[in-house]
Design a protein around this ligand. Structure first.
Ligand code: NDP
Length: 299
């Protein structure tokens, strides 16, 4: 048996179409959703992410505001910028690109963002709302994984799900979302005993670890749905000296033979993150204006 390949790029494209359609509807009401991204310092990957977010925001018809601040920006200046954006009615979503330079307390910065504009879903109020089943802004990567799972499986209730990884940005919100769908959820981490047995019980496996190909195919229950969040760069001597390639946390070649469905890396979960960021921005804009939200793009 070979698994269905869950094409994240195509699914993200469909999400973006719906976002774009909703933006067009808002524009007929004279409303243009706006996303502000703040980048402190010159971390090269962060610069690429910020540029890509800006391009995608404009392609969806929204306003994109970018603020670049030097690496030695005092924390107080960054907090002042966040407060200014909180007060700006043209800004519906605020994202402060992480990681921040070491002298800045990232939790303080995130918790200064107005919760209703916290499109990354990292503010403590949004985390608490998600955990207590209240309407929240949800972290983009887990939200994307959930929308993909719903799209592929429909009703998730009663399914055994394991989330490998307990980070605040992926593992924990993913587990909360699956619990919200009435899955029976196990959260595994570096201290979990006999991870292979835990994974073998699961109908849904979400791997968010950051260890290349650590989940082999023989851990996967036949027919299970496997969502591989991991992005790991490994040497690829076959491509030439010093070359690398990106692999997930799941050993794709063996898992694809056992799973019912699986996300590839690259081209699986990765593209969903930006799509969900834009979906969250539209959702935030609708909530701010007391207008109907796009259906199925939030929880
Ligand atoms: P973190 O490093 O914050 O968390 C990793 C988690 O994996 C921790 O909870 C850790 O456990 C657990 N872990 C580590 N080793 C093992 C092990 N041997 N067995 C079981 N669990 C283990 O990572 P993130 O959550 O931020 O990211 C995870 C992966 O997802 C990374 O590859 C990252 O690049 C990728 N990612 C991809 C995104 C996308 O858009 N596709 C977005 C965000 C992340 P413990 O808590 O005990 O230390």
């Amino acid at each position: 048996m070979s698994a269905t390949i869950l094409n994240g790029k195509a699914f993200a494209g469909r999400l973006l179409e719906r976002v774009t359609e909703h933006v067009a509807v808002l524009k007929t009401e004279g409303i243009v959703p706006g996303l502000a991204v703040v980048l402190v310092g010159e971390d090269p990957p962060s610069q690429i992410y910020v540029r890509n977010k800006g391009i995608a925001t404009k392609e969806a018809g929204m306003n994109s505001y970018e603020f670049r601040m030097p690496a030695d920006t005092p924390e107080a200046d960054l907090l002042a910028k966040v407060k200014e954006l909180n007060a700006d009615p043209a800004v519906n979503g605020i994202l402060v690109q992480l990681p921040l330079p070491g002298h800045i307390d990232d939790k303080k910065v995130i918790n200064t963002i107005a919760p209703e504009k916290d499109v990354d879903g990292f503010h403590i109020l949004n985390v608490g709302r998600l955990a207590t089943g209240q309407r929240a802004m949800v972290s983009c990567t887990p939200l994307g994984c959930l929308l993909l799972l719903r799209d592929h499986l429909g009703d998730l209730s009663g399914k055994d799900a394991v989330v490998i990884g307990r980070s605040n940005i992926v593992g924990k919100p993913m587990a909360q979302l699956l619990l919200g769908e009435s899955c029976t959820v196990t959260i595994a981490h570096s201290r979990t005993k006999d991870l292979a047995e835990v994974v073998r019980r699961a109908d849904i496996v979400v791997a968010a670890v950051g260890r290349p190909q650590m989940v082999p195919g023989d851990w996967i229950k036949p027919g299970a749905t496997v969502i591989d969040v991991g992005i790991n760069r490994v040497p690829a001597p076959e491509k030439g000296e010093g070359k690398t390639r990106v692999v997930g946390d799941v050993d794709y070649d063996s898992a694809v033979e056992v799973a019912g469905a699986i996300t590839p890396v690259p081209g699986g979960v990765g593209p969903l993150t930006i799509a969900c960021l834009l979906a969250n921005t539209v959702t935030a804009c609708c909530r701010a204006n007391d207008l109907p939200e796009p259906e199925g793009l939030s929880v």
